[in-house]
Design a protein around this ligand. Structure first.
Ligand code: 5RP
Length: 292
């Protein structure tokens, strides 16, 4: 039982100090519930408003991708430099130690392989498993203009509904079919559809011409997908342009883990994303770290 007199002494109401009500730092996310915001704040660094997501989920449709043959050997050393890991539950459970402090974005769509039509996906993970794995977001592929466009959009909206019930955000990943034009017009269409239908943030490719119109017309954060392997300076330049043109970070895979020095490359990407470093300085950093 607390001492009554002592409680009186200790009462400090600060009646002259209004309680602070801060807005949430992420674009378009202020109306979300506490759990959603807390999870997003584990993906996006609240100090910079940006994220470096390391994407290693490629095996879910293409098997042991170059650079991902041994995730325990090739990828675990990169983990300390990432804000977030994007991966499948199979790799998470079998290889990633549960002591990691990085947030997890779980790939939850699947059901196809490179041998068949990729857009024919379903939801491939039960929400209970995402909760059990303590993930901070669930990633669903959306194939705008693809053969199974409607099915993939409905996969996403279902995850938004289920995730909202439990406070877990949905990341919509805009997938581009082989024959589709990868231009700003297409990505404005794809990202806006995903956002309008409830995605909490969206992964999309960088385009040299008009990327800022993609980020401007999308009401929630966009992270830039890396795409196929480029020379390191080119990849750093692309990441730099993306964040300077409104992306809230990157979700890069091959341009990091297929680099000659993945550990140096992820630190150079981090410098571009979180420290606004120029591509040239980040490339110097890459070379210095590579030669250490
Ligand atoms: C698959 C994905 C992958 O995570 C993404 O493609 C990986 O990134 P990168 O293109 O940088 O290798 O979303 O559809």
């Amino acid at each position: 039982m607390p001492d009554v007199d002592e409680m009186k002494e200790g009462k400090k109401y600060y009646t002259d100090v209004p309680q602070q009500t801060e807005g949430f730092f992420l674009k378009g996310s202020n109306a979300l519930d506490w759990g959603m915001k807390n999870r997003l704040a584990r993906i996006f660094n609240p100090k910079t408003g940006r994220t470096v997501m390391l994407a290693v989920d490629h095996g879910y449709f293409q098997g042991p991708t170059t650079g991902l043959e041994r995730i325990d050997i090739n990828i675990l050393p990169l983990v300390p430099y990432a804000d977030t890991l994007m991966l499948t539950r199979g790799i998470l459970r079998s290889i990633v130690p549960p002591s990691v402090s990085q947030s997890i974005v779980l790939r939850v769509s699947g059901g196809t392989s490179i041998l068949k039509e990729l857009s024919n996906e379903e939801i491939a993970v039960d929400i209970e498993d995402s909760i059990r794995l303590n993930v901070c977001a669930m990633a669903v592929q959306v194939f705008i203009g693809g053969e199974y466009e409607r099915q993939s959009i409905i996969n996403m909206t279902k995850m938004v509904d289920i995730g909202t019930r439990y406070g877990i955000p949905t990341l919509a990943v805009t997938a581009v079919g082989k024959d589709m034009a990868k231009d700003a017009r297409y990505f404005r269409l794809a990202t806006r559809i995903c956002a309008e239908l409830g995605a909490h943030y969206i992964k999309t490719y960088y385009v040299e011409d008009g990327f800022e119109t993609v980020t401007a017309s999308c009401p929630v954060p966009i992270v830039m997908a890396g795409g196929k392997k480029l020379p390191e300076l080119d990849a750093l330049t692309m990441a730099c342009r993306a964040v300077q043109e409104g992306a809230a970070g990157v979700d890069m895979g091959r341009n990091i883990f297929q680099s000659e020095s993945p550990v140096a490359m992820i630190q150079a990407v981090k410098a571009v994303v979180h420290d606004n470093e120029t591509p040239a300085k980040a490339f110097d950093l890459y070379n210095t770290l590579k030669n250490e």
